[in-house]
Design a binder for this molecule. Structure first.
Ligand SMILES: [Zn+2]
Length: 393
């Protein structure tokens, strides 16, 4: 009797939770891949049972203490207390064809002009990189190029479906303006739900290629994860991209921990003129999903990545470190390793053949060095991990 009552009660609770989840599935959460899309995902070497997985084991993170610190911790340095000097841009600035020019617009959002074409990587123009303002991941500055001023694009290129890279409102605004959308497996389900026509979406597995207006886009491995809701962890793939033209070659690492995939990218696709390298939002306890500045330098070396252009920093408060620390550390590590680096202001265009010298446009704030706060991905051989650290020391 008591068992059946428990079963009934359990069923009611499960039904209520399920109903609540269904009601909560606002469009911003995206859509679950199904049908032919899901069949293709299941055939991927990266698919394992019900989700994608990384080849290297992932050290767990997200302890209760870390979550508490995420919401309430920090020392006041995590967000700027004065306006960030952005470079305001308009559509007219991007009319002349470029061999290779990169305009960092904040976080992962980067306008890439290559061989006369224009690509936009991970466009996020909303105020929040979260399901809504409730979760409070607000940007530090207005986009230096307004969405209405974005020039005609040949494609949008996406690395994965996290909120700070794939933005519902931005996709809706660009859906009928952009002829091609290139993304890792499964991400197209979100795009379709948000109004991008299915025949404009090209989904790639790692090492797959898409051609866009004469540009080769190679989907490269990354060590990360995905998900926008409570029930979809790793149900879409994550990646970096190599952007290859006769005149120029660019690598974008995407989000992720350090791993042997960087040397494989270098062997198969390098050398590159420049690399958009993820340098921020790191922490020792989640070093398998965000590599941090010193390992980013190492990644650029291994990928034969050319000029290091840091991204994934200075825009959203997503970790415990001071907001300027990724820039300070990547400059130190790059100089120690002899890797060329430049740190553009938001909105500033740089040409990798003639990069500007590093100029500190951010304030001088206290920050922790690699020795004080090391970030080392797990599962690597000792030599690689040691090199990443010693170069930063
Ligand atoms: Zn991510």
């Amino acid at each position: 009797m008591s068992l059946s009552r428990n079963l009934v009660a359990g069923g009611l609770v499960a039904g209520a939770v399920g109903g609540t989840l269904a009601a909560l599935r606002h469009p911003t959460f995206g859509a679950a891949p199904e049908g032919a899309r899901l069949d293709r995902m299941r055939r991927s070497p990266q698919w394992d049972g019900g989700a994608f997985r990384n080849p290297l084991p992932m050290r767990s993170s997200g302890s209760p203490g870390a979550i508490w610190e995420w919401f309430f911790g920090g020392d006041g340095l995590r967000t700027p207390d004065a306006p960030i000097p952005t470079v305001a841009r308009t559509r007219a600035d991007f009319e002349a064809p470029q061999r290779l020019r990169l305009t960092w617009l904040g976080h992962g959002t980067t306008l890439v002009e290559i061989a006369g074409r224009r690509l936009l990587i991970d466009p996020v123009f909303s105020r929040n990189a979260s399901p809504g303002p409730l979760f409070g991941v607000a940007r530090f500055f207005e986009p230096p190029l307004r969405l209405a001023e974005v020039p005609d694009l040949d494609a949008v290129v996406l690395t994965h479906d996290h909120y700070d890279h794939l933005d519902h409102a931005t996709v809706r605004r660009l859906a009928d303006r952009v002829p091609r959308w290139v993304c890792p497996l499964g991400v197209g389900a979100h795009l379709e739900r948000w109004g991008v026509p299915a025949d404009r979406i090209t989904e790639c597995d790692w090492w797959d290629e898409a051609e866009v207006a004469g540009i080769r886009l190679v989907c490269t491995p990354a060590r990360h994860f995905s998900g926008r809701f409570l029930d979809d962890r790793n149900r879409t793939l994550w990646s970096g991209w190599a952007v290859l033209a006769d005149e120029a070659r660019l690598y974008a690492t995407g989000d992720g921990g350090f791993g042997p995939h960087f040397s494989e990218v270098g062997e198969r696709l390098g050398p590159f003129d420049a690399t958009l390298a993820e340098v921020g939002a790191y922490n020792a306890t989640w070093a398998d999903v965000h590599m941090g500045p010193e390992q980013a330098v190492r990644a650029v070396e291994e990928a034969r990545g050319g000029l290091l252009v840091p991204v994934h920093w200075g825009t959203f408060n997503l970790a415990f470190h001071g907001w300027t620390e990724p820039a300070e550390r990547v400059v130190v590590a790059a100089e120690a390793a002899g890797v060329p680096v430049c740190v553009p202001r938001p909105g500033e265009s740089i040409e990798p053949t003639a990069p500007p010298a590093v100029e500190r446009w951010w304030p001088e704030l206290p920050w922790k060095s690699a020795d004080e706060s090391p970030v080392v991905s797990s599962g690597l051989d000792g030599a690689v991990a040691q090199a990443g650290l010693s170069e930063a020391a």
